[in-house]
Design a protein around this ligand. Structure first.
Ligand code: ADP
Ligand code: ZN
Ligand code: ZN
Length: 824
């Protein structure tokens, strides 16, 4: 073999480089540098620098490969344990994701320095400025060019964004003319400043000149006392730092630099100001909870891997089981990880965790700032925090000696990541538990078909909580046939007479109501009554949704948004008509329909404004809201004891979708939202409006009959060869140009034809346009691969991925989605 001659003292390591490269690359490291797997390093890649993760010493080196020198180590110690390196490689292999992209997702860490770009005047620029300023022509002196140059003269190093915004036409010209140069500088990251705020003294009579914002700040301080951290205060008062500074100048409040270390990054963002710290008493366990725990404890103690599926009806006290399991891990000197679908939704869960485990908790979720996430991550890595509560990517939390991995609401589709690496957080949690010798506990009132099937087959250990806590009854569910309603009233309204009457009764009784509608925005789309055109996204093959607050049409897939036209762009007609009701419209309608009732809304649009979102949640909990309208966000896991009526305005939109999980998703949604009713002392009622009253997903959800649904749906999956009976992969050829997408699909088709014979029992469906034929500008052509044997499917996909690389297809042209949750 003509191997590359090696200098014996140099060491070669495989590195997963954070780029879309399907395999690791080998680099040479100087012997003076001690390198170990899991360490972050800086390496050259083409003509730039890239970050990578060291996998291990090179095992084989292909002949003729030129090995480049690594540039250095980023952290002195490995960021990832060998267990997590192994997990990353498993994900890369199982989901066909470039290893570097997997590690990028696993390590949400920032660099210690950041690059900033500044603009400065050049000598020419300075001359030009003098020239313009001295000009006799007013239009020269007052030109945008002059304004830009003068601005930069006063503020050398101004940011490019500001210049672009302020001087949109002069800025490019100034660059062109070389009046301005852009410099790149490295900046140390600055710590975010945290200020402590308190009232300078009592404010007996609020001075009349106080603005509403200032009033809110002062009221907040009067109510909650001094704030150690100004940020939650600003959120609560909907104010800006500048407002605080003004009040400070006016002598009404005092600001001082707070101690910068924030040990509990999430606590302050959770919106709870006075949290107990770690040793709150747990309630007496019910016998059913005790039985479940008696199955779990020996598993933690044994240190062997196993998976337990906890099927517990809504309100059966699953959370208490999780908390006890975590406590057991800590007692045994082990750590614990708990995943929830959406941490933003569970401020209550956070405070519960803090009340039991105090400072041992770290939160990891996407709502944190970069800095907060960094701090939390390293606290976990340094073993200072032994319990992690987080969303999907927290499955990678660098906990050592893991005793339990808990996945709450394990059926929730938000555990699946819809971009590379396309992993399923629940399934990765199980593999992680396996590598760690830990217990994986999956909990849900509506388990996924996959997990329940595994439970039935004995692959997972199945345990149940069949009763609600305190002997409370599950809410009685009634189905309202909206076809019948239409026949009788001859009007298409969002609200049946029955639901309307029930809501009125609730208001009279001062009881709370929750209304589910699985569509956000104001109207579904804008339709031209003359030519029948709807306003569509320029990037995706979907209609745009009208959002009233912004008065814009928005795409729910790519975020594109545009002004509302006054005339139809297709035919010029003025008969544009808003079709369908979204949460925004229902909220408004109900406020009109039930005057005097306090109506609020909760959906992804509200969730984006964090302060408002937390306020709605806490106001509803405290009974300050009568009717809460929302999307599936309100169905997930909440415990609002005051809710006695849940109305499903519409939940069956999904049933018409060409997706094999449509029935499962509808069943889960209706069962979960019904589970929000009657969690307090008063019993709950649920009304489900539907156009498909006979559909088994609706009927069995109304009966809250999970086992009935499972059998029925399994029969369908078996007949149609869908998971969990078969392993499934979705392979999509995608490109901005339709011809290229077609060409990629053809290339894959030829490959499938050639190799199909080598993979007995595999079914390849396609090519066909994906149900969403275009998303984010890319046309999508789909193949669906099904196989009774997961390993056969994996082998075929592996060969496909290899073939795609060999034949020069770009990674972004071929999307492989293993175990897809949706085929849209
Ligand atoms: P699930 O997650 O199963 O829907 P929760 O964990 O939210 O149910 O529990 C429902 C309610 O019962 C909560 O208010 C919780 O505080 C309460 N609860 C749970 N376990 C007990 C217990 N052993 N004793 C008293 N109350 C309990
Ligand atoms: Zn038209
Ligand atoms: Zn779009």
């Amino acid at each position: 073999m003509d191997r590359e001659p090696e200098k014996p003292q140099d060491s070669l390591f495989d590195v997963a480089v954070m780029a879309a490269i399907p395999h690791p690359l080998t680099y040479r490291f100087p012997p003076s540098l001690s390198i170990s797997p899991g360490q972050r390093v800086l390496v050259p890649l083409a003509n730039r620098k890239a970050t990578g993760v060291v996998l291990g010493p090179t095992s084989r080196l292909a002949p003729g490969i030129e090995v480049r020198d690594a540039l250095g180590a980023i952290d002195p110690e490995p960021a990832l344990s060998s267990e997590l390196v192994r997990l990353g490689l498993w994900i890369s292999d199982y989901y066909f994701a470039p290893p570097g992209e997997v590690f990028r997702a696993m390590l949400p860490l920032r660099q210690a320095t950041r690059r900033a770009r500044h603009a400065c005047l050049t000598e020419e620029g300075r001359q030009k400025l003098q020239e313009l300023a001295a000009s006799l022509l007013e239009e020269s002196r007052k030109s945008q060019d002059a304004a830009l140059l003068a601005y930069l003269d006063r503020r050398p190093g101004a940011s490019l964004g500001i210049l672009q915004r302020k001087f949109p036409s002069a800025y490019p010209r100034a660059l062109d003319q070389k009046w301005v140069t852009v410099e790149e500088v490295k900046k140390e990251r600055t710590r975010r400043q945290v200020l402590a705020v308190r009232l300078a003294g009592p404010v007996p009579e609020h001075p009349p000149w106080l603005t509403p914002v200032a009033k809110r700040i002062i009221e907040a301080l009067e109510q909650q006392g001094p704030a150690e951290d100004h940020r939650p205060l600003l959120e609560a008062a909907r104010a800006q730092l500048a407002h605080l500074r003004k009040l400070n100048q006016a002598g009404l409040i005092e600001l001082r630099e707070a101690t910068p270390a924030l040990p509990l990054e999430g606590r302050r963002r959770g919106g709870d100001s006075a949290l107990p710290s770690g040793d709150a008493e747990a309630p007496q366990l019910t016998p059913a909870q005790a039985t479940v725990l008696s199955e779990l404890f020996p598993r933690v103690d044994s240190g062997e891997f196993s998976v337990v599926l906890l099927h517990g009806v809504t309100g059966s006290g699953k959370t208490e089981v999780y908390l006890h399991l975590i406590a057991r891990c800590l007692e045994r000197g082990r750590s614990a990880l708990m995943l929830v679908p959406e941490i933003a939704l569970t401020p209550a869960m956070q405070s519960l965790f803090y009340s039991r485990f105090g400072e041992q908790i770290a939160l990891l979720h996407s709502g944190l700032t970069e800095k907060e996430r960094d701090d939390a991550w390293w606290r976990v890595r340094r073993n200072e925090a032994k319990v992690v509560l987080g969303t999907r990517s927290a499955v990678f939390a660098p906990l050592a000696n893991l005793g339990a991995v808990i996945v709450d609401e394990e059926h929730d589709s938000s555990y699946k990541q819809d971009e590379t690496p396309r992993y399923h957080g629940r399934d990765v949690a199980v593999v992680r538990a396996q590598f760690a010798g830990a217990v994986a506990l999956l909990g849900s009132a509506t388990p996924s078909l996959e997990s329940y099937w595994n439970g039935r087959e004995g692959k997972y250990h199945l345990v149940k909580l069949e009763e609600r806590i305190g002997g409370r009854k599950l809410a009685a569910v009634e189905v309202v046939d909206m076809r019948q309603e239409f026949r009788e009233t001859h009007t298409q309204v969002p609200l049946s007479r029955k639901l309307k009457a029930e809501i009125e009764a609730q208001i009279r009784a001062s009881a709370q109501t929750m209304l589910l509608l699985n569509r956000r925005g104001y109207s579904w789309f804008l339709l031209c009554r003359s030519c029948g055109e709807t306003q569509r996204c320029v990037n995706c093959s979907v209609s745009l949704t009208y959002h009233r607050r912004e008065h814009r049409l928005t795409c729910h897939y790519c975020g594109y948004s545009t002004a509302v036209p006054s005339l139809c762009p297709a035919c010029g007609s003025e008969y544009l008509h808003y079709v369908g009701e979204g949460t925004e419209k229902i909220e408004q309608k109900f406020a009109e329909l039930f005057p005097g009732a306090r109506v609020a809304r909760l959906d992804r649009d509200v969730a984006r404004r964090r302060g408002e979102f937390l306020r709605v949640l806490s106001d509803f909990r405290e009974g300050k809201i009568d009717i809460l309208v929302g999307t599936q966000l309100i169905a997930k896991g909440h415990d609002f004891p005051g809710v006695t009526l849940v109305g499903v305005v519409s939940a069956d939109i999904g049933l018409g979708l060409p997706d094999f999980r449509a029935a499962e998703r509808t069943f889960q949604l209706v069962t979960q939202v019904a589970g929000r009713a009657g969690r307090g002392d008063a019993p709950g009622r649920v009304l489900v409006q539907t156009f498909y009253p006979d559909h088994y997903a609706i009927r069995l959800a109304a009966e809250q009959n999970f086992d009935g649904f499972f059998s029925k749906e399994m029969a369908f999956r078996r007949m149609m060869h869908y998971p969990p009976i078969t392993a499934l992969a979705n392979v999509v050829a995608q490109h901005e140009k339709l011809e290229r997408a077609a060409q990629v699909a053809k290339e894959m088709g030829e490959f499938f034809n050639r190799v199909e014979g080598q993979y007995p029992g595999i079914k390849i469906l396609g090519p066909g346009p994906a149900p969403l034929a275009k998303v984010e500008r890319r046309y999508r052509i789909q193949y669906l691969l099904k196989s009774a044997s997961r390993s056969t499917l994996h082998a075929l996909l592996k060969q496909l991925a290899h073939h795609c690389t060999q034949s020069g297809l770009q990674p972004r042209e071929v999307m492989i989605d293993v175990d897809p949750v949706t085929l849209m």
